[in-house]
Design a protein around this ligand. Structure first.
Ligand SMILES: Nc1ncnc2c1ncn2[C@@H]1O[C@H](COP(=O)(O)OP(=O)(O)OP(=O)(O)O)[C@@H](O)[C@H]1O
Length: 311
């Protein structure tokens, strides 16, 4: 469990993190989503004791990071995969981590296997690693102590689609075993495929938080069916609006589960069902990104913070 309470960080007159409060629960993957410069890394750095907050608090498993007796055994951290020592091999880096945490030597080979780094790759110096290999090594360093909590800053950076799927499965398995995962990204899609819960931050402030379903259901649904006109009529009979798009799909304000149920009851086969483009979370995130790019110092005015459990 991760608890962040009323956390703020000011650098001179600039507020990088502004009264941020959220929790990341065991058994769930929590996505921390925000455009570049939103305050994600600063929040994570405070969480692991690398930066002091101006006000507020951050706790892991009920304690401040500095109070954890053997932190690597309780919290796995990956903040910057490119910060690893370029002159060391992957195996040396993991061996050092294992020694620091008092782990058996066998944990190194086991963890290399878990992140799919081969013997040959583990023997190479890190300066010769691709970004994707560095991310795998960083994730290995986070996992080696068999912690209860994982904190990963942009872990999908540099991973190819197969790598992203691998990471998603790994984090899903970790959470299903009762672990707590907090991972950040500036890419909505990445968070959408991995996270159970989403916290959206912009200009240092939380602008929305909730389960993925809550946040994605906050806009319109987009559905394709063998007979879109019949799907439209079925939705209307059930009291929902339905608009046929030029590409032969249906847009409606009904939520995804309702559309699925109505299609099922009408005996219609859906070939696609998702949140409509330009609605809900995506629209909010695009506005947030545009606002952030215009002016880093202003608050994200004009955002509809009524989406999900908005703060
Ligand atoms: N040590 C510092 N001194 C001054 N400003 C800082 C410092 N560290 C971060 N900032 C500023 O705080 C803001 C938040 O930065 P942060 O790195 O937390 O954002 P982020 O959401 O992680 O972005 P990215 O996705 O680009 O990594 C940025 O405007 C950044 O320039």
């Amino acid at each position: 469990m991760i608890q962040i309470d009323a956390l703020s960080k000011r650098y001179g007159g600039f507020t990088a993190v502004d009264n941020v409060t959220f929790t990341a629960e065991p058994g769930r993957v929590t996505g921390f989503l925000g455009p570049n410069g939103a305050g994600k890394s600063t929040t994570m750095r405070i969480l692991v004791g690398l930066t002091d907050p101006t006000t507020g608090s951050a706790h892991l498993l009920g304690r401040h990071f500095s109070q954890l007796p053997n932190p690597g055994r309780e919290v796995g951290v990956l903040l910057d995969a490119s910060a690893q020592h370029g002159g060391r091999t992957g195996r040396e880096i993991l061996t050092l981590a294992a020694r620091t945490m008092g782990l058996p030597k066998s944990s190194v080979a086991e963890t290399l296997d878990r992140v799919s780094l081969t013997e040959e790759e583990a023997g190479r110096r890190v300066r010769n690693y691709s970004l994707g290999m560095r991310q795998r090594l960083g994730i290995a360093t986070a996992l080696i102590g068999d912690p209860e909590v994982l904190i990963l800053d942009e872990p999908a950076n540099g991973l190819d689609p197969a790598g992203i799927r691998w990471m998603r499965d790994l984090l899903r398995g970790f959470a299903d075993d009762g672990g707590t995962v907090l991972l950040s990204s500036h890419l909505l899609h990445e968070i959408e495929v991995i996270a159970d819960d989403i916290v959206v931050i912009g200009n240092g402030r939380i602008v929305a938080q909730g389960t993925k379903q809550e946040l994605l259901a906050s806009g319109e649904a987009y559905a394709r069916a063998g007979d879109p006109a019949e799907l439209g009529r079925a939705l209307q009979r059930a009291g929902h609006n339905a608009e046929l798009t030029t590409e032969g799909a249906v847009r409606t304000a009904a939520d995804l589960a309702t559309v699925g149920q109505i299609a099922f009851d009408a005996g219609l086969v859906l070939t696609e069902l998702r949140a409509a483009d330009g609605s809900g979370l995506e629209e909010m995130f695009l506005q947030l990104t545009a606002e952030t790019q215009r002016d880093h110092l202003d608050s994200p005015e004009g955002l509809d913070s009524s989406k999900g459990k908005a703060a």
